[in-house]
Design a binder for this molecule. Structure first.
Ligand code: DGI
Ligand code: FE
Ligand code: FE
Length: 194
């Protein structure tokens, strides 16, 4: 028991906090988290909860988010788009009674990632980027291809970071230095795998 609420109860309440597209994305992430957790022999019950709730704070206003400043990494402060991850972990605990630390940390790190993530955290990170309901096929298929070719979670993570960094550059958005740090780390790890 990771929370006293059923999936249906969680979904009902989540619907009220998110817009339609974000809700559909959350359902897609839940489905992909289930699929990946089975494929990589991880905890499916936990993956379903983390996938469903990972973006629970995504539709909060900037003003409301700013109240949670103390929970942001220094490097996150310049990028509003990353704030829903640390806030999401707090809200998943407060509003949905999620007690499991690994579910909460998978939500916490699903946007910028961190070094030495657990396989469970990587599965949630990847499920978010690979879900089939709202992610653009061209984007998601690149990650899927890497995963199919390597069966290696780090290789797929590296692909995600490459694509994210490229897209942030293109959109002239700030890049958290932690993102670069994780990218360098994955590069080293993936090389040693091959
Ligand atoms: O919430 P989602 O759209 O499902 O996906 P996400 O949580 O992975 O990312 C949200 C946005 O955050 C995405 O457009 C990339 C952006 N972002 C902004 N600055 C950074 C960043 N992502 C990373 N990894 N690092 C950054 O510095
Ligand atoms: Fe997110
Ligand atoms: Fe997401």
């Amino acid at each position: 028991m990771y929370t006293k609420y059923s999936i249906e109860e969680i979904e009902e309440k989540l619907k009220l906090r998110l817009n339609e597209e974000r809700y559909i994305h959350s359902i897609g992430t839940m489905e992909m988290a289930k699929e990946l957790s089975e494929r990589f022999n991880n905890n499916t019950e936990k993956a379903i909860l983390a996938g469903l709730l990972h973006d629970c704070a995504k539709c909060m206003s900037k003003e409301e988010c700013e109240k949670y400043q103390e929970y942001f990494e220094e490097s996150e402060k310049l990028s509003y788009k990353t704030w829903h991850a640390p806030i999401g972990a707090i809200i998943a605990k407060q509003d949905w009674g999620i007690k499991d630390d690994e579910i909460l940390s998978a939500i916490r790190w699903h946007t910028i990632g961190r070094k030495n993530m657990t396989d469970f955290e990587k599965i949630i990170f990847l499920a978010d980027k690979m879900e089939k309901r709202t992610r653009e096929a061209e984007y998601r298929e690149k990650i899927e291809k890497t995963l199919n070719k390597t069966e290696n979670l780090d290789a797929a993570m590296l692909k995600c970071f490459k694509l994210t960094i490229k897209s942030l550059l293109k959109r002239k958005l700030p890049i958290c230095y932690q993102t670069i740090d994780v990218y360098n780390d994955l590069l080293k790890k993936v090389k040693s795998v091959k």
